[in-house]
Design a protein around this ligand. Structure first.
Ligand code: HEM
Length: 424
């Protein structure tokens, strides 16, 4: 047993940190609040994992990218039944993405990906983001929003906006986007959802097809078509060529799969969480409608208060000290970014969602250190544009009568609404 792990609270940790329970998914923040002050690095015996919720401990863990590696981030979060596991072992499911490594390979790959999200690229992209947002909002306006059950803003706006944008940046053909979304869901569900062995087996089969599709898509650029420079698929394909290639074709497939998911799921859910927080108190929404400049503050406050990404996995490559706790080599560590945003020691009224906070962002919503989110500028831009567009097109927006938030299974990773029914 490592030193300094207060075993006296172990039973509470397991009861309170149960990511398969509805209670935890509805409000993981109660668990963080309970742990943060007493066991900022808590050993969860059920999962045999260390859960980090203290802010200083999070910074220390995230600074140590070699002692605490990200390479198992995409291995999944739930036990996989043997038959499905056999299928997955024949795929790239357990292959780390280059993002998840540390050192020169990671630095070089990040530099390459960053080129697609520079301020200049985003300036060029912004009118297109606005155009897609306005088209989606116009469809809703045309339909009318007075039905008793409301319209699901998540499915009709928060999802298609970032999915269309990232598909265009990457170069996923329009005709394939529905299939890609299905495959993407299968991949994510295999990682975080409590599935039956049969469901796992079915999704594992789909994963092989997904990888084959992405490989073929990359190879369509082998003929050197002129558009090869313009999207991520073209760039990634070229990155596999030459004497000192940036990555192999398999690594390009894994990177693409990661970018498709990271490039929309996270932002879809951030937009939905933001709108939910704003509509929960009608005066908040009225304030954004009256002053759309508040949209930027709403984005930052959602990242702090109710981010779509809650945490990530690290694995100790050696004995590592996090705060007062010695984490043994080989241990799994959950870095709960979302716990830092609600630390009352650094954020006044941390449990409150407020639009009048000043100063630089005081959260770890996009992580920290060498793995800081590559897509943060795009996510911020898309979410801000989403709120501005909705405020302009649907100023009377409100939650559908009787709406009770229900969250998707997200493990220790996501905090995502199932749906967001609204009326106007
Ligand atoms: C609201 C939206 C988003 C949130 C809350 C979010 C959050 C995060 C967080 C917390 C990390 C750090 C993970 C870790 O340390 O293990 C991360 C990494 C990453 N994100 Fe995002 N993300 C968002 C949107 C995006 C978008 C739009 C893209 C791509 C266009 C993206 C691409 C990535 C990549 C590639 C990494 C890995 C970086 C690395 O390991 O070097 N994310 N994101």
């Amino acid at each position: 047993m490592p030193e300094s792990v207060p075993s006296v609270v172990d039973w509470e940790i397991e009861e309170v940190f149960d990511p398969l329970s509805e209670q935890f998914m509805a409000c993981p923040y109660a668990a963080y609040a309970k742990a943060r002050g007493t066991v900022p690095v808590a050993h969860h015996r059920g999962f045999d994992e260390y859960i980090v919720t203290g802010r200083a401990e999070l910074h220390s863990a995230l600074r140590d990218s070699t002692g605490l590696t990200s390479r198992h981030n995409l291995d999944g979060h739930v036990p996989i039944a043997p038959q499905a596991k056999e299928v997955l072992e024949g795929t790239l499911f357990y292959q780390p993405a280059l993002y998840n490594l540390a050192g020169p390979a990671h630095t070089r790959f990040r530099a390459f990906i960053n080129e697609y999200f520079t301020p200049r690229k985003l300036r060029v992209l912004e009118p297109r983001i606005r155009e897609v947002a306005r088209e989606l909002a116009a469809e809703l306006v045309a339909e009318g929003g007075d039905g008793a059950e409301g319209v699901d803003l998540l499915a009709r706006f928060a999802y298609p906006l970032p999915y269309t944008v990232i598909s265009e940046v990457i170069g996923v053909p329009v005709a394939d986007r529905a299939a890609v979304k299905e495959w993407n869901n299968a991949w994510l569900l295999l990682q975080v959802a409590p599935l039956t062995p049969d469901q796992q087996l079915a999704f594992a089969g789909q994963l092989a097809a997904y990888e084959e599709y992405l490989r073929e898509l990359l190879l369509t650029r082998a003929d050197g078509a002129p558009e090869a420079d313009e999207d991520l698929i073209g760039g990634l394909y070229r990155a596999t060529l030459g004497e000192d290639p940036l990555c192999t074709l398999d690594q390009a497939v894994v990177a693409l799969r990661f970018m498709i998911a990271a490039g929309h799921e996270t932002t879809t859910n951030l937009i939905a969480n933001a709108v939910h927080q704003l509509l929960t108190v009608p005066e908040r929404w009225a304030a954004v409608v009256a002053d759309p400049a508040l949209a930027a503050a709403a984005v930052e406050e959602t990242l702090r208060h109710d981010s779509s990404v809650q945490g990530a996995l690290r694995v100790a490559t050696e004995d590592v000290r996090i705060g007062d706790t010695l984490v043994p080599a080989g241990a799994r560590v959950r870095v709960m970014f979302a716990a830092a945003g609600r630390d009352p020691e650094v954020v006044p009224d941390a449990e409150e969602f407020r639009l009048d906070r000043t100063g630089p962002p005081n959260h770890l919503g996009f992580g920290f250190g060498v793995h800081f989110c590559v897509g943060a500028p795009l996510a911020r831009l898309e979410t801000r544009v989403a709120l501005e567009t909705l405020a302009e097109a649907l100023p009377q927006l409100r939650l559908a009568d009787g709406f009770r938030p229900r969250h998707l299974p997200g493990g220790f990773i996501f905090h995502a609404l199932e749906s967001l029914p609204v009326t106007w």
